[in-house]
Design a protein around this ligand. Structure first.
Ligand code: CA2
Length: 145
């Protein structure tokens, strides 16, 4: 049995309600329901979304005192701005996969740099909601050795 934490950063609470051409029509709640229903065998999931950087950092820190085996994070715009989120993920020493719904490399230049990618187990971009599933499978495989 393993437990994974799925984190979503700022504005991702708007999924399915704005910009369907970029982010699709699935809401965050639907995404979380789908992931729970189709999680890899033996894997339980917990979800957290915040628009507040400090709240996200606090949530990441709590992983140090919890039986969390892996993190999937779509850091949203913090990807391109936040040394603080990087430092938090670095501190907890739990493997994480960085997910982007859109192909950030096919978008504006400011989305091409990530403060997280070089310390991530893997980076997935442009696969839509399926990217979260790929991330969970990647973590599951890694944890099984
Ligand atoms: O492609 C991704 O998943 C992003 O992480 C999404 C971020 C963006 O800043 C990154 O560059 C790439 C933005 C999330 C905004 O989410 C919305 C969802 C629906 C409607 C409006 C925004």
């Amino acid at each position: 049995m393993s437990k994974m934490l799925v984190l979503n950063g700022p504005n991702l609470n708007l999924l399915g309600r704005r910009e369907p051409g970029v982010y699709g029509t699935t809401t965050l709640q639907e995404l979380e329901n789908n992931l729970s229903a189709n999680a890899p065998s033996g894997v339980t999931l917990e979800f957290f979304q915040s628009n507040h950087e400090g709240q996200m950092i606090d949530r990441i820190h709590r992983v140090m005192d919890e039986p969390i085996d892996g993190i999937v994070i779509n850091p949203g715009a913090w990807t391109h701005t936040s040394v603080a989120i990087r430092d938090a993920l670095s501190a907890v020493v739990v493997p994480f996969v960085e997910v982007h719904i859109s192909n950030v490399h096919a978008r504006e230049a400011f989305r091409h740099h990530s403060y997280l990618s070089d310390i991530a187990l893997a980076v997935i971009a442009g696969c839509g909601m399926q990217g979260y599933t790929f991330a969970l499978e990647t973590l599951d495989q890694r944890l099984k050795g």
